[in-house]
Design a protein around this ligand. Structure first.
Ligand SMILES: [Zn+2]
Length: 428
């Protein structure tokens, strides 16, 4: 399972960024495009393999090559000798062997980059096409090289020439160390902690690989890892319709409306409204208003059985406007609003009566089920006294707002479910 996971992660990384520009001044100077160009130019002199082979132990390698060649054209798996097969779990600490089989070219490339990084040498991939891959150490005269060929009718690649020894020295700057490699290697860590501090990540990664990583590379690595985890912003908009269907399917009775704008003849996402129904449509509404005229009547017409509360902050401001200013009035009003038992509420009202009969009368004219916890309907499991829900909701979802659309909606749903359950638990 783990092996497969690694491979998938890795393939994903590869397919995503193949067409992305990502070379920085500190990144490896050869892009994929450059490598294929290189091949086109050199493809005329195709016999350099033999020269390369001669360079390091002609006898051994020629023998191995002969061995390998004798198996050429044998499509039958059973007839193939037991070549070593690269284990993808070793992708960040690979060892190469002559004859070794790699399941894809991508896997082989990644292994070569990892080898370069752990040995702290820069390696050039000089030929990289659909039939072969050649890599050699960038230092002139150094003997490290690897040639691999694609196995006929398979997507596997086999090491056909291998010179394992570097005669060059180690370096702190390894050109193969790119943000793509970093993002794959540290993907799991970003999964556990997506808000991982960039500076901390860079220092940790540099300690790990003992090579230089620029701030820009660290930033790109984090960005790519987060994209791999959450999907790219644009892609998530195309998943939005599936998300809407899924919410409707799993929560019958829910309403989800996606609003779009017309821009240059195309529909563009504008807003989304989600009303998820969790209990078979059996629900009651509670509204908290600032007691605007008309609103109360409207609630009664549209939502017959709805519960209505006044925002206590607005109510206090009306209370002040009625002439009851000062700390004493304010604190008693709030005590009465926060009272959770009828006795406590009565005590507070009595206190108000002693302070000022008119103030008591004013408060008494407002039905307590609209503004005091002691009289609230318990169905909503909610003791809110203010209608600044939007503001506090907005500040609670700050973390989610930087996510792509579907991840953001999922985050908010999870947040709301947890919050509602906590309130239910508290109420019971
Ligand atoms: Zn070398």
């Amino acid at each position: 399972m783990k092996i497969q996971g690694l491979l998938q992660d890795f393939d994903f990384a590869q397919t995503k960024s193949d067409d992305e520009e990502e070379e920085t001044s500190e990144d490896f100077s050869e892009s994929d495009d450059y490598e294929s160009c290189d091949y086109e130019i050199e493809s005329n002199s195709d016999d350099d393999t033999i020269e390369d082979v001669c360079e390091f132990g002609e006898e051994d390698i020629m023998k191995s090559d002969d061995d390998l060649d004798s198996n050429k054209g044998s499509d039958n798996e059973k007839e193939r000798p037991n070549f070593p097969v690269f284990n993808p779990i070793e992708i960040y600490r690979p060892t190469f062997e002559l004859g070794m089989i790699f399941s894809t070219r991508t896997e082989l490339r990644q292994a070569i980059h990892s080898h370069a990084i752990i040995t702290r040498r820069s390696i050039n991939i000089t030929k990289n096409d659909k039939s072969r891959l050649h890599a050699k150490c960038v230092e002139k005269g150094c003997g490290w090289k690897l040639h691999a060929l694609k196995v006929t009718n398979e997507c596997t690649y086999q090491v056909r020439t291998y010179g394992p020894d570097h005669s060059c020295g180690m370096s702190f700057h390894v050109k193969n160390l790119k943000s793509k490699w970093l993002s794959s290697k540290y993907l799991d860590k970003f999964k556990c902690d997506p808000k991982r501090n960039l500076k901390g990540f860079r220092i940790e990664a540099m300690k790990d690989v003992k090579c230089h990583i620029s701030s820009y590379q660290a930033y790109n690595a984090k960005r790519k890892a987060i994209e791999m985890i959450e999907g790219v912003l644009d892609e998530q908009y195309s998943l939005l319709w599936d998300f809407v269907d899924e919410v409707k399917r799993t929560n019958p009775g829910s309403t989800v409306i996606v609003g779009t704008d017309q821009l240059a003849g195309e529909n563009r996402f504008d807003r989304i409204y989600v009303f998820a129904c969790f209990e078979n449509g059996d629900y009651e509404w509670t509204f908290i208003s600032d007691k605007q005229k008309g609103l109360i009547q409207a609630f009664e017409v549209v939502f017959h059985n709805s519960d209505h509360r006044f925002c206590v902050r607005h109510m206090h401001s009306n209370f002040e406007n009625a002439g009851f200013r000062g700390q004493a009035f304010k604190s008693i009003l709030w005590k009465a609003a926060r009272a959770t038992t009828l006795n406590e509420f009565s005590r507070n009202m009595e206190e108000m009566n002693e302070l000022d009969e008119n103030a008591f009368q004013w408060l008494n004219d407002n039905p307590p089920q609209n503004w005091s916890r002691s009289h609230f309907n318990t169905y909503p499991r909610c003791d809110m006294l203010l209608n600044n829900g939007c503001e506090s909701f907005n500040s609670s979802i700050l973390e989610a707002r930087e996510k792509p659309i579907v991840s953001m909606l999922e985050w908010i749903m999870e947040y709301l479910m947890t919050k509602l359950q906590k309130n239910r638990d508290r109420a019971e």
